[in-house]
Design a protein around this ligand. Sequence first.
Ligand SMILES: C[S@@+](CC[C@H](N)C(=O)[O-])C[C@H]1O[C@@H](n2cnc3c(N)ncnc32)[C@H](O)[C@@H]1O
Length: 208
Amino acid sequence: MSIQEAYDRWSNTYDTDINLTRDLDRLVTENTLSNLKFRSILELGCGTGKNTLLLSKIAQTVHAMDFSASMIEKAQKKLKSTDNVTFSSSNITEPWDCRDRSIDLVVCNLVLEHIENLSSIFFEAYRCLVESGKFFICELHPFRQYQGTKANFYTETEKVEIPAFVHHISDFFEAGKSCGFTFKEFKEWWHPQDQNKVPRLVSFVFEK
Ligand SMILES: C[S@@+](CC[C@H](N)C(=O)[O-])C[C@H]1O[C@@H](n2cnc3c(N)ncnc32)[C@H](O)[C@@H]1O
């Protein structure tokens, strides 16, 4: 099953499944961003809009991209009473429909495990960001990937594991540096139920 097809299928239960990674990611995003203010935010792989509502409260405008029409449909329903969020159905591995130096913050949560070439994403983020603009990333920790964990969900008959690429911590730093970013913050995160386990999530803030 392709990544896009898998997310189309997962969209109906993504918000209601038991999913500690999704829940922790929301907390990480709130913890990192909720006290900040931005003019414009670009969200990559917005999914059902789990984090988009928070982003709409801390920015004048948010543009959210995803290549799953079903995921975007859920996000649009969730955000229907906001007037500062737009959506586009786009594949983020292709050049983004976004002007150079027009965005204050690029946000990417739980998406990059599905992207083979990190550099293309960092390149586009750098192009679209204003000077001193920030790139916030929160992803499944590679330690979990080394143990075989991938984004997954259950249908009535089977467990579906979504195709994923392993990105080492150094790959993120290398991709950021090679595009011209300065590194600002790196954190590792555990859910309260993760005691004595490897970190579940990793987050980065890069600055242009
Ligand atoms: C695990 S979900 C995360 C959704 C949301 N960011 C969140 O934290 O809940 C990953 C999302 O990335 C999207 N995605 C994966 N690869 C993509 C690509 N190449 N272009 C656009 N969206 C993509 C999927 O459709 C899905 O909605």
